[in-house]
Design a protein around this ligand. Structure first.
Ligand code: 1CP
Length: 362
């Protein structure tokens, strides 16, 4: 399939909200909306290797479309993973059942940076993601926009050094204290690949981009300002500049989990939207970002364990806190595998219903 002649977009609510424009309802999507909480996802994924699934454009397309068949989401996010970038840099990453992503040979010392591919051919190494995006953009038939994404440099660096998930991230933070130069070298390498990767996703058909700094919370403000924020800014500036030259404007979202201390800075980092986790109060996030950006988030995912009426009340309060303009409803992190799909549906419905009423009254 070619990345052109895409079907016309029929619901641009998400894109308008990202740009701070008026909408008839508040758009909503969920991080990890394609996931194990859906029986059809578990059935489709059964017996298949996770990263082999990521490498199949047809499989990614099917998994991306599954949640759209059930719920009235206003956006889709391409099924993939942030760890395809370390793979493109030459590292082995496996998905181990019950354990999560695992690097058999993580980076241990600065010398190990030599093991990484110096000049990554992004089109060759990650072309399968671009193919998945193009195919999915066609198959979505203009129902909603398609979001592309990447992990942010610090989050990817921490996986590459930890070798998998971690509570303390102490191996990766050891580098920040002990090997600041090598840390910056690695973060720069990652940034260069990420910029090209995001631009490739847009060329392939992505209509918005989200950058996941999932491990921001383990950094304090000082380390965040040195090892995360400059790279997040650089990514947005370079992607935006390049797109501008081609006359394109693609909304960019930054989601730095648990970085409430950085909300002001993030709102001045060339992103259109700042994604928030549930540890920040909607109204104070609005005040601190001063209308400079749109906001996305931030219901506690665990609120999906509540009875449906309670979910509706929580959503109403959240909408009142954020206001209905320049706002994209989402969870503060991903849907968990044991959640009831019916409650995800109740969340989506509640956002649409309450926001329609609120907007009519304005
Ligand atoms: O077999 C499976 O299905 C495993 C579960 C799973 C899924 C559904 C993983 C393993 N990755 C994904 C897809 C995925 N990952 C998507 C696309 C689907 C969607 O959102 O609907 C996206 C955007 C991601 C991004 C991702 N992967 C992040 C950033 C978001 C976040 O959760 O903070 C991170 C940190 C990862 C790493 C990862 N991949 C998978 C797991 C279990 C993890 C986390 C491991 C850990 O750190 O403990």
């Amino acid at each position: 399939e070619d990345p052109k002649d895409f079907p016309q977009l029929r619901n641009d609510t998400f894109l308008r909200a990202a740009r701070g424009e008026e909408t008839e309802h508040v758009p909503v999507w969920c991080m990890r909306q394609a996931g194990r909480y859906l029986t059809e996802f578990r059935e489709f994924r059964a017996g298949k290797d996770f990263f082999e699934t990521c490498q199949s454009p047809e499989a990614c397309c099917e998994l991306t479309l599954q949640p759209l068949r059930r719920f009235g989401f206003d956006a889709a996010i391409i099924f993939s993973d942030i760890l395809v970038i370390p793979q493109a840099l030459g590292m082995d990453v496996q998905m181990v059942a019950g354990k999560g992503p695992t690097f058999p040979e993580p980076l241990k010392e600065p010398e190990d940076l030599q093991r990484l591919t110096a000049k990554v051919d992004v089109g060759k190494e990650l072309g399968y993601v671009f193919k998945a995006i193009t195919l999915t953009r066609h198959k979505i038939e203009g129902k909603v926009p398609l979001i592309g994404f990447s992990g942010a440099p610090w989050t990817l660096m921490s996986y590459m050094i930890e070798g998998g998930g971690s509570n303390t991230h102490s191996k990766a933070k050891r580098w920040l204290y002990r090997h600041p130069e090598a840390s910056h070298m690695l973060l720069t390498m990652l940034t260069d690949v990420i910029v090209e990767y995001l631009l490739g996703q847009v060329a392939a058909g992505a209509q918005a981009l989200q950058v996941f700094e999932s491990h921001a919370g383990i950094l304090g403000p000082v380390h965040f300002n040195e090892y995360s924020l400059p790279y997040l800014r650089d990514i947005a500036r370079r992607v935006k500049d390049e797109l501008k030259e081609a006359g394109q404007d693609v909304p960019m979202i930054v989601f730095a989990k648990d970085a409430h201390y950085a909300v002001e800075d993030l709102s001045q980092s060339h992103y259109d939207v700042v994604g928030l986790d549930w540890t920040i109060d909607p109204q104070s996030a609005r005040e601190r970002t001063g209308g400079k950006v749109s906001l996305q988030g931030n219901m506690d995912p665990c609120a999906l364990y509540a009875p449906k009426e309670r979910i509706s009340d929580i959503v109403k309060k959240m909408l009142e806190g954020f206001g209905t303009r320049g706002y994209i409803a989402n969870l503060g992190h991903g849907v968990y595998p044991d959640m009831d799909p019916e409650n995800v549906g109740a969340f989506v419905e509640a956002v649409h219903q309450h926001s329609k009423q609120m907007i009519k009254k304005i």
